[in-house]
Design a protein around this ligand. Structure first.
Ligand code: NAD
Ligand code: TYD
Length: 358
């Protein structure tokens, strides 16, 4: 039997999670055309995809998701039948300083994508048959939990607190509205905090690994008692693959590995691992911990119940946390050039050299 050919646009494919999703799809599905649509903001880095950029089923398009005309034209030209939407502004601290950029990209950008897909798919004889619009969201839209044993389920009412989570919540509502109003086959997933290779070192884990190797202070917000639920990024990418192919239209799936950590406990594990791998004595970098003013509106606790995904589609995380952290720390220490590149901004020249001269 010949394998089905699909033309899929993955937005935000030059970012952290997007690059893992692009790599997985390009290598696992040689019969698909994978188009990575990314604006290359500070968070987008084509060096994340160096190993697959020459594959015949991969194409990069530098575009802003807010460019409705551009996206619509691309959908027509490439005969797109699947959208996996990850492009977003993603850092809570930046959203507190600059909420407008978050509303523009996360809300208006998602709307532009939805509308472009709607107009293109409705122009085809088969309309929405065989089509899929898959929107990647976060557990942060559910708000904050108490320090107890409750979990976010797919039924938890939305209660976003930060400008980031408010913009993601709004985009989730638009995606569901396109299903309910126009019948577009949409799917939304809400995932917990991701960690792993290629994460921009403004987020907790890569920032701290980078600071430890440089002997810089480790800024712990408040008392370090906030709780996050951590998932290895490749497990998220595997879940996205499964849900894109097997998920039921109009459904929501929570994704997470039942892996809650108090920030300060997680930070101590990261310090211990980095010190060991750098050959430092145990406890060497503990003195870098520096308690700083808390983040405004800092959500106390996130914890996700992903039992629906496990029950209905059979997904489970493949890695234990200890192994995931070991792999992650090793990757950053073995890829210090990548870290130096993204912290100096030099990576943004990569696109000009690789693509503008083609
Ligand atoms: P990231 O910040 O690392 O990457 C975002 C990517 O989107 C970058 O490549 C950037 O260039 C691109 N982008 C930004 N604005 C754009 C625009 N206007 N047009 C086109 N491209 C644009 O983000 P990430 O951590 O990989 O997150 C990806 C998605 O997953 C986001 O939607 C985020 O909300 C969601 N998510 C992230 C986490 C996490 O822990 N990182 C957890 C759950 C869900
Ligand atoms: P982050 O990686 O920014 O993810 P999110 O805010 O989306 O959960 O932060 C993870 C946790 O670590 C969060 O509780 C805030 C805290 N944090 C610090 O204590 N110090 C830091 O420098 C950063 C970036 C985060």
């Amino acid at each position: 039997m010949t394998k089905a050919k699909r033309n899929i646009v993955i937005t935000g494919g030059a970012g952290f999670i997007g690059s893992h999703v692009v790599r997985l799809f390009v290598t696992k599905y040689p019969e698909y055309n994978i188009i990575n649509l990314d604006k290359l903001t500070y968070a987008g880095n084509l060096a994340n995809l160096k190993d697959i950029e020459d594959k015949p089923n991969y194409k990069f398009v530098k575009m802003d998701i807010c460019d409705f005309e551009g996206v619509y034209k691309l959908m027509q030209e490439e005969q797109i039948d699947g959208v996996i939407h990850l492009a977003a502004e993603s850092h809570v601290d930046r959203s507190i300083k600059d909420p407008f950029t978050f509303a523009r990209t996360n809300v208006m950008g998602t709307l532009a994508l939805l509308q472009a897909a709607k107009l293109y798919w409705e122009s085809l004889p088969e309309r929405y048959e065989g089509k899929r619009f898959y929107h990647i969201s976060t557990d942060e839209v559910y708000g904050a939990l108490e320090f107890d044993d409750t979990l976010f389920t797919e039924q938890t009412p939305y209660s976003p607190h930060s400008p980031y989570s408010a913009s993601k919540a709004s985009s989730d509502h638009f995606v569901r509205a396109y299903h309910d109003t126009y019948g577009m086959p949409t799917i939304v997933t809400n995932c917990s905090n991701n960690y792993g290779p290629y994460q921009f070192p403004e987020k907790l884990i890569p920032l701290f690994i980078n600071n430890i190797r440089k002997g810089n202070p480790l800024p712990v917000y408040g008392k370090g008692e906030n709780v996050r639920d951590w998932l290895y990024v490749e497990d998220h990418a595997r879940a996205i693959d499964l849900i894109f192919h097997k998920g039921v239209a109009a459904e929501t799936y929570n994704i997470g590995g039942f892996n809650e950590w108090r920030n300060i406990d997680l930070i101590k594990v990261v310090i211990k691992t980095v010190d060991r791998l750098l050959g430092n004595s145990d406890g060497h970098s503990l003195g870098l911990i520096t308690y700083v003013t808390d983040r405004l509106g800092h959500d106390a606790r996130y914890a996700i119940d992903s039992s629906k995904l496990q029950r209905e589609l059979g997904w489970e995380p493949s890695l234990q946390f200890e192994e995931g952290i070991e792999r992650t720390v090793k990757w950053y220490l073995e890829n210090q050039e990548w870290l130096d590149g993204v912290t100096s901004g030099s990576y943004q020249k990569y696109y000009e050299e690789q693509y503008n001269n083609r």
